[in-house]
Design a protein. Structure first.
Length: 425
């Protein structure tokens, strides 16, 4: 959006989005009505420039304040080979939470030495795969995880660098399903158990303890809990490496004004300098705040029905965006083919799935939608494609990258044959 833009869009849309003189939404210089005609809907449309710009903001922000640092893409947010590729090209390192994400990260071009493997229930198979691939660090989550990794590494007569995940007893203000820093958590070691885990790893002949990790939760719009988490880590001793996790919240709604990447990084590094001391290697691990606002989802209106409410049903729903159903998350919506339409009435924007809970946005204002209109929901880059599923046998949508007016499909739409591809007769 430029200052001279006659039809300014809010910050929930990808950087560079605009409304063209046909009243259509443009993402990455591509007219979304033309995208829908060419690639069909539903579709995830990614502004490649937005992904790159946020990655650069993170890298610049961290290295300016703390040169011995690295930004890891928390790839669970958007585990798509093309996204890994772009963020690897931008010089980021990578956090993976499973063997599958590791496979994608390697395919996307990440240097294995800069990959960090997380997980509270890593299998021996995943650990062996990580060692074979040469993953730089494995983040240990429980005593069983330590024992298992030690066994697997010893069998290979190798040495593995590790971090220990700490649950610092800090809970931010977010949905309970994505809060991870509280004492009663399935993740990591609590502050009371941490000394035992640290001792245990320090004594392990085949593990080299580089430092500590914590991740207190996701979609946090207040920075103060991040500071308390760093302070908690400082009580556990002196280490070379501290991975401070991800969690910065984003604007899903126009009224939300999350802290900037620069302010977030400044807060973390200031806290680290104050309580962890000099000469530390600092890692941060953003997912949502790197990718959420890079992407919009396009849907076509199939039906409009009025009873007590007005129900606008589109050709996707909980198979392409589970967040409203899992966490009650809210989004904005507009008609991408009629961005300049004025007025509007209140509707429920719903999906095509066989559940009354398949509501994408309750009580959203749209200007008299009719079948064939193109609905856009912005800020669907994080945990959208990542959590897509085949409920009701719905093929998952394509991912389309747009850049300077060129569109390319980086993940094709699933087909009905794909739905049967794993069948064994
Ligand atoms: C260990 C870890 N690091 C980083 C992240 C990324 O969090 P966010 O997407 O909120 O930045 C997560 C998200 O669940 C996580 O579990």
């Amino acid at each position: 959006m430029s200052a001279a833009d006659p039809y300014p869009l809010s910050h929930v849309y990808p950087l560079g989005s605009r409304v063209n003189n046909r009243g259509h939404l443009e993402i990455g210089g591509c007219d979304t009505v033309e995208l829908a005609a060419e690639f069909g809907t539903p579709a995830y449309v990614v502004a490649e420039h937005d992904l790159r710009a946020r990655a650069q903001a993170y890298r610049r922000g961290l290295t300016a304040r703390h040169p011995d640092g690295d930004v890891l893409f928390a790839s669970k947010a958007f585990p798509c080979t093309a996204v890994y590729r772009v963020l690897a090209e931008e010089g980021l390192a990578c956090d993976v939470a499973s063997g599958g994400e590791l496979a994608l990260a390697l395919r996307g071009g990440f240097d294995p030495g800069r990959i960090y493997l997380h997980g509270n229930a890593k299998s021996p198979g995943e650990l062996n795969y990580a060692l074979e691939a040469g993953v730089g660090h494995i983040v240990l989550d429980s005593l069983h995880d330590i024992e298992r990794l030690e066994r697997v590494v010893a069998e290979r007569a190798a040495i593995q660098d590790v971090l220990i995940r700490i649950t610092p007893n800090v809970a931010g203000d977010t949905h309970s399903a994505i809060s991870t820093g509280q004492a009663d958590s399935k993740f990591g070691f609590g502050l009371a158990e941490a000394p035992r885990a640290i001792e245990r790893v320090a004594d392990a002949a085949h593990l080299r303890l580089a430092g500590l990790h914590c991740h207190i939760g996701s979609q946090l719009l207040d920075l103060e809990p991040f500071v308390r988490a760093v302070e908690a880590l400082a009580t556990l001793g002196d280490f070379d490496v501290y991975n401070l996790g991800g969690g910065l919240g984003v604007a899903y709604l126009e009224a939300q004004e999350p802290p900037s990447i620069a302010d977030y990084v400044a807060t973390l590094t200031d806290a680290a300098h104050r309580v962890l001391g000099a000469g530390k290697r600092l890692l941060i691990e953003p997912g949502r705040s790197l990718v959420a606002n890079s992407t919009v989802t396009l849907y076509t209106v199939e039906t409009v029905k009025r009873n007590i409410s007005s129900w606008v049903a589109v050709d996707g729903g909980m198979s392409d965006n589970l967040r409203p159903m899992l966490y009650g998350s809210r989004y904005e919506a507009a008609l991408a083919n009629r961005m300049l339409a004025t007025g509007g009435e209140i509707h429920h924007l719903v999906g095509k799935h066989c559940e009354s809970g398949d509501v994408i946005i309750r009580d959203v204002t749209l200007p008299s939608p009719v079948p064939g209109d193109l609905v856009v929901t912005p800020a669907t880059g994080a945990y959208g494609h990542a959590m897509a599923n085949n409920y009701n046998g719905i093929p998952r949508p394509p991912v389309i990258f747009c850049r300077d007016g060129d569109a390319r499909v980086v993940v094709r739409r699933e087909t009905y044959d794909d739905l049967m591809a794993r069948d064994v007769n």
